[in-house]
Design a protein around this ligand. Structure first.
Ligand code: FUL
Length: 505
C-alpha cells in the first residue's frame, strides 16, 4: 500500500513541469502528510490486567533452561547435606563447565542455573562471608571458582547464567539469629556483583533448622531488594516470585489451566506460600504477573547418585508438553557427576529429546493453510491472521475491543493429518483467553469437537488423537479482553508418547 502511494507521488512529480518545482514539492509534502494520517495504524489493544516486565518476557521466551545441582551431596550420595560435611569432600576430578554449557546448548536450552549454595551451606565460589567454600577444598588446591568457570562457559556458548542460593544454611553459625539475614545479604551481594549478568536468582523456600537448632525468620524484602539493586534485570524465582513462581510440584506438571497472574499479598515463600494447586494454576485476574516455572530433574534425585539413571525420552516429552506446553518455563535439572561432568547417558538422552522436538515441530501445517477470522481489529491487516504464522513474536492477530469470542477457521489445501496444536498469546498485553475449543470438519461436512481447553498464555500445546481433516475451527469461548494471538502451529507428533490419548490430568 505504501509502495503504491510512493509510486504515485513520483509519477506526479514526473508530470509537473520543472518550473512548478516549488509547488510540486509542496504538493508532495501534502500528499505524504495526508498519507501519514490516512495510513495511521489502528490503535493496538490496551494491555489487560497485570502484564510482564521486559525481563519476564525475555525470560519466558527462553522456554527451557538447565538446572545443575552440584556440591558436596554429589560426593556423599545425599540429597540434603547437613552442613557438617568436610570441604575435603568436594574434589571433582575433571570439572568442565564448558561441557555443561555445550550439553545445554545442544539440548536447546537458553540458560543454566547452578546451585551456588544448597542447604548444606557449601559455596561453589570463594564467598568471603562463609568458611564453608571451595577455598577450603582440594579442588584446584582451593583456588577454584566454579562461578567464574560457568560464566565463561555460558558466554562461550551464548547462554545466560542464573544462580540458586539457598537461604536455608545448615552450616552458617549465625543461622537462626537476626545476624544471619545480614550474612545472607552479603553472600548475595558477593555472588551477584562478581560474575556478570545473572538472568535468574533462584530462592528455595525450604526453611529448616541451622547448626544451632534454630529456624530463621527470613527477611525476604531485604533479599529481594538486594537482588534488584545488583541485578535489575534478574527474574527472582521463589514460591511466590516476584519474578516467577514455583509450579507447585516437582513432577514437571503445570496446571491444565495455568495463569501467569498470581495474588501474592500476605504470602511468603515456603510455609507461607499459597496452596500448591494455586501455584500450579495461578489466579485468574491475579494482581501480579508471576509466571510458573516447572523445575524437575532428569533423574530421580536433584543431585547425582551413581545408581540413578535419566528419565526416558517418552517421559521427557511428556514433561515438555505439561510444562512448556502449559504456559510454563521448563527448568530441567541435569546433575553433573563426581568428575564434574554431565554423564554421557544424560547427554545422549538430551540429544534424543532435542531431536524429537525438532522433528515434531519441523512442519507447521498452518503455514500453507488458509486462515480466516470472524473479526480482525479495525479491519486492518496489521492485526490480520498472517501474523499467526510469520514467526514474528511482535506481530499478532487481534480483534476489536468488543469482540471477545471470535473464531479462526483454518482450511488446508488438501486433507491434513495432525495431533498437536500450538497457540501463543501476545503476553506483553497480558493473559486474556480463558476458554476455547477446537472443532474439525468431518467428511460429511459437519463440525465436531476435537478438544476443549482453558488458558493459553505464552504457549499452549494441545494434544489430541491423530486426526485427518480438510479444516478446523478454533473457537474462543471466553476472554477477559479481546484476544491477541501471535502464533499458531499445527503438527503431527509421530513419537506418540501418549498413544492415541491426550494427557490425563
Ligand atoms: C527443593 C530443595 O529442597 C531440593 O533439594 C532441590 O534443590 C529443589 C530444586 O528444591 O526445595
Amino acid at each position: 500500500m505504501h509502495y503504491i502511494y510512493i509510486l504515485s507521488t513520483t509519477t506526479l512529480q514526473y508530470y509537473i513541469p520543472l518550473k512548478y518545482k516549488a509547488t510540486n514539492n509542496i504538493i508532495t509534502l501534502l500528499i505524504v502528510a495526508f498519507l501519514c494520517v490516512s495510513c495511521r495504524s489502528v490503535e493496538p489493544p490496551a494491555p489487560y490486567g497485570a502484564c510482564p516486565t521486559a525481563s519476564q518476557i525475555a525470560w519466558q521466551r527462553m522456554e527451557m533452561n538447565m538446572f545443575c545441582h552440584f556440591g558436596p551431596n554429589t560426593f556423599t550420595d545425599k540429597e540434603w547435606g547437613d552442613g557438617t560435611e568436610s570441604e575435603e569432600l568436594f574434589d571433582p576430578t575433571d570439572l568442565d563447565c564448558n561441557q555443561w554449557a555445550e550439553t545445554a546448548k545442544m539440548a536447546g536450552m537458553k540458560g543454566i542455573i547452578v546451585t551456588a549454595k544448597h542447604h548444606d551451606g557449601f559455596c561453589l565460589w570463594p564467598n568471603p562471608h562463609s568458611t564453608h567454600t571451595v577455598l577450603r577444598s582440594p579442588w584446584k588446591d582451593g583456588k577454584g571458582d566454579l562461578l567464574v568457570l560457568l560464566r565463561q562457559a555460558c558466554d562461550n556458548n551464548g547462554l545466560k547464567m542464573g544462580i540458586y542460593i539457598s537461604p536455608w544454611d545448615r552450616n552458617a553459625p549465625t543461622y537462626g539469629t537476626e545476624a544471619y539475614n545480614e550474612t545472607f545479604r552479603l553472600t548475595l551481594q558477593d555472588a551477584l556483583s562478581r560474575y556478570g549478568e545473572i538472568f535468574e536468582q533462584w530462592f528455595d523456600g525450604a526453611n529448616g533448622e541451622g547448626p544451632a537448632g534454630k529456624k530463621q525468620t527470613y527477611d525476604w524484602p531485604l533479599f529481594n531488594s538486594t537482588v534488584k539493586s545488583l541485578q535489575p534485570n534478574a527474574v527472582i524465582f521463589s514460591d511466590v516470585g516476584p519474578g516467577c513462581r514455583w509450579v507447585g510440584n516437582e513432577n514437571g506438571e503445570a496446571g491444565e489451566s495455568c495463569w501467569s497472574t498470581l495474588n501474592i499479598d500476605n504470602f511468603t515463600p515456603g510455609a507461607g506460600a499459597p496452596p500448591t494447586d494455586t501455584l500450579n494454576q495461578g489466579n485468574r485476574n491475579g494482581n501480579l504477573w508471576v509466571p510458573a516455572e516447572t523445575d524437575v530433574s532428569i533423574r530421580p534425585g536433584w543431585f547425582y547418585h551413581p545408581n540413578e539413571h535419566p528419565k526416558s525420552l517418552k517421559e521427557l516429552l511428556r514433561i515438555y508438553y505439561t510444562s512448556v506446553g502449559r504456559n510454563s518455563l521448563l527448568l530441567l535439572n541435569v546433575p553433573p557427576d563426581r568428575r564434574g561432568r554431565i554423564p554421557e547417558e544424560d547427554s545422549l538422552r538430551l540429544a534424543e529429546f532435542r531431536d524429537a522436538l525438532d522433528t515434531i515441530f519441523a512442519n507447521n501445517l498452518a503455514s500453507d493453510a488458509k486462515i480466516e477470522a470472524t473479526n480482525i481489529r479495525g479491519n486492518n491487516e496489521e492485526y490480520g491472521t498472517d501474523a499467526l504464522v510469520d514467526n514474528n513474536f511482535n506481530s499478532y492477530w487481534a480483534t476489536d475491543d468488543d469482540i471477545l469470542t471470535p473464531t479462526l477457521t483454518i482450511t488446508f489445501d488438501k486433507a491434513a493429518t495432525f495431533n498437536r496444536i500450538v497457540l501463543q498469546e501476545y503476553i506483553p498485553l497480558g493473559q486474556r483467553i480463558e476458554r476455547f475449543h477446537i472443532e474439525y470438519k468431518t467428511p460429511s461436512g459437519k463440525w465436531e469437537t476435537l478438544t476443549t481447553a482453558t488458558t493459553i498464555g505464552y504457549k499452549r500445546i494441545l494434544l489430541f488423537t491423530t486426526t485427518t481433516t480438510d479444516a478446523i475451527r478454533i473457537i474462543i469461548d471466553q476472554s477477559l479482553a479481546c484476544p491477541t494471538i501471535n502464533a499458531l502451529g499445527i503438527y503431527l507428533d509421530e513419537y506418540d508418547a501418549f498413544g492415541q490419548d491426550p494427557i490425563e490430568d
